[in-house]
Ligand binder design. Structure first.
Ligand SMILES: Cc1ncc(COP(=O)(O)O)c(C=O)c1O
Length: 342
């Protein structure tokens, strides 16, 4: 048994995955009377269940093989699939490092998985010794979710290697915001760590939140287990086409990222001059976390002015998270903040 197999839920190891009609014949030409489809219409055929073209393009771009790529209906599905591959309900547990992306916790709860929280420290960095100590406790945590750059704090996590070298379970590094960061992706460490899963998404820098395309990069063995568990046609033809189209627009992608980064710098300068802003946390993402004088009041006041931000007071005291928008949107935010009592 491989070290990965030892972490997989026993019912998944032995699971015979659903074999769809399109699994049995993958050519383009032929008379398709196999899947009870309707012969009329534009979207009448089931999509490629393996998302072959998209995986091939991503493999070239990211210098991995297509067998290292898993595609989900957004990263949120990737998170859910990871729980279902590795964690037995009411038995297994995972480690989370709050404040962080909320779906790691919600998805654990949906799947009946226990949570050990090892919070980030005052600088929003990992407490790696505590993570490793928690893991050595009775039974291995099956998964550890690390988000870098982290949502909602915006910073890159520095001690991931330290944890990767010793952690016995699967280490999931969520890189939803990596394209806005100067720090390189952990993708280059995929070969070195068989227990590493990297998540990325088309929802942020690629501008496709509506399409729902999330990606996991991992060892072939892990990807095979994830494929067994996913619904057969989890990524629609429209999603796959939208993602392929986005990948073909590399120059525009770079231009948009640069524009967002320039706007982030502009917003930071403007926000610094406002009395109601107490602190702006450094960001490697497309958002800023601000400590303000009174997050609940200022958030509500902004809503009444039709500027919607994210109140993160429940996670980080008196903090609001602001997405970097288009320049007119950012200007509107600053104009309205100037009208609010500090
Ligand atoms: C860290 C992080 N991971 C994943 C997601 C979800 O991504 P997707 O739209 O691909 O489901 C988000 C969305 O805000 C996020 O902040």
């Amino acid at each position: 048994m491989s070290s990965i197999q030892a972490l997989v839920r026993p019912n998944i190891i032995n699971l015979k995955a659903y074999s769809s009609a399109r699994d049995e014949f993958s050519g383009q030409l032929g008379v398709f009377l196999d899947a009870n489809e309707n012969p009329f219409g534009r979207l009448n055929r089931y999509p490629d269940p393996h998302q072959t073209q998209l995986k091939e393009q991503l493999a070239i771009l990211k210098q991995v093989t297509a067998k290292n790529v898993f595609i989900g209906n957004g990263s949120d599905e990737v998170i859910d699939v990871l729980y279902r591959v590795f964690c037995s309900p009411e038995k297994d547990h995972v480690i989370l490092c709050p404040p962080t992306y909320g779906m790691y916790e919600v998805s654990a709860q949906i799947n009946g998985v226990g949570i050990i929280n090892i919070p980030l420290d005052a600088q929003f960095q990992l407490q790696s010794e505590k993570i490793l100590a928690a893991n050595n406790h009775d039974q291995t945590a099956k998964l550890l979710f690390l988000c870098s750059p982290n949502n909602p704090t915006g910073n890159t996590l520095f001690a991931i290697d330290e944890v990767l070298q010793s952690f016995q379970g699967i280490v999931v590094v969520d890189e939803a915001y990596i394209d806005f960061s100067r720090t390189p992706s952990y993708l280059e460490k995929l070969q070195a760590y068989p227990n590493l899963v990297i998540m990325q998404t088309f929802s942020k820098a690629r501008g496709l939140a509506a399409a729902r395309v999330g990606v996991a990069y991992a060892s072939e063995e892990i990807v095979q287990y994830m494929n067994k568990v996913k619904p057969p046609y989890n990524v629609s033809k429209l999603n796959q086409e939208a993602a392929l189209e986005a990948l073909a627009q590399e120059a525009q992608f770079q231009q948009h990222v640069n524009h967002i980064l320039e706007q982030r710098a502009w917003l930071e300068q403007e926000l610094k001059n406002l009395k109601l802003v107490r602190k702006i946390y450094p960001s490697d993402a497309n958002f800023l976390l601000l400590e303000v004088t009174d997050a609940n009041r200022i958030y509500a006041d902004l809503v009444s002015r039709q500027v919607i931000t994210r109140n993160r007071h429940s996670l980080v005291e008196n903090c609001i998270r602001i997405t970097v928008g288009h320049e007119t949107e950012n200007q509107k935010l600053i104009d309205e903040l100037k009208k609010i009592k500090p």
